[in-house]
Design a protein around this ligand. Sequence first.
Ligand code: SAM
Ligand code: SF4
Length: 336
Amino acid sequence: MAMAEPSRNMMTDGLGRRISYLRISVTDRCDLRCRYCMAEKMQFLPKNQVLTLEEIALLADLFVARGIDKIRLTGGEPLVRRDIGDLVRRIGRHLGNGLDELTLTTNGTRLADHADMLFDAGVRRVNVSLDSRDPARFAHVTRGGDIDTVLRGVDAARDAGLAVKINMVALKGVNEDEILPMLHWCDAQGFDLTLIETMPLGETGEDRTDHYLPLTKVADQIGQSHALTPLPHRTGGPARYHGVDGMSVRLGLITPLTRNFCADCNRIRMTCEGKIFMCLGHEDHVDFKAALRDGGLPAVEPLIDRALRLKPAAHDFRIGTGEGAATTRHMSVTGG
Ligand code: SAM
Ligand code: SF4
């Protein structure tokens, strides 16, 4: 029997992994300064180095035409980008027409203003980062954030009809005692919870090793009071989900350090400068902005295949080896 022709639209990397998920950092700027993410006096990129919203939209069009079926907007804080609604609506037009899902990761500070816009543009799920529900602790971790604003944003998202997943970076000595209470709170609110190990991305002026908390340990601790059952549920990202005995919340674990998740990686990332990184933990990239500004979309198209060939087998994050950050890029530039 003849083999089916591979779809013209399908993007496959050199190791045969299908690439279907694009994360776009729409800005490196942010109104918070989370200690594990940014330096307190963060130097942001000059505006002319950052893609315009129109450029981002054109590149998104191209990627959808090449087989990307899921896009997540992130940053920096995507909702601080002026006129972000124009971009969300523009990309949202692909939904049901090549694009299966458009999602957003946000710190929640501007969510109350944008929740309805997101829903109207076709977004159905948002990830909101919340490392602590304690006002003083939240202000400490974010270097000045106001928890009430974020909680109002979370409520607005739910009221608008958006499914909410809370992202919590597990930090030893900072919020480890809040993990179980956060799980209970998410369960009561009808949210899912994903825990993330701190990754060595960009200098922050602080030593992440001090706060690195392996999620294998956290899962063991939760397991003492609530049995965890692996679930087949996947959202296209790196989280592995677990059911929690006695609760309806799903617990996601993102474990780049304790359990490498690269073998089935389907993701690429576009930075706010238009660089395509095939892996969060590697420096290899292809610069789409220069090509787009010099030769328009026809100049960009051949670069997609070059980028696909660059995708490495795995990241090589290590923490606690005294080697500092794995890459000099902050998560806020590449897009978390
Ligand atoms: N500003 C938005 C937010 O905080 O959700 C979106 C961008 S932020 C870079 C995306 C996610 O990356 C957040 O959940 C944040 O906690 C996480 N993050 C940032 N730096 C990290 C690091 N070094 N290690 C692990 N997670 C990190
Ligand atoms: Fe801003 Fe998100 Fe980084 Fe916190 S994690 S500083 S909210 S980009």
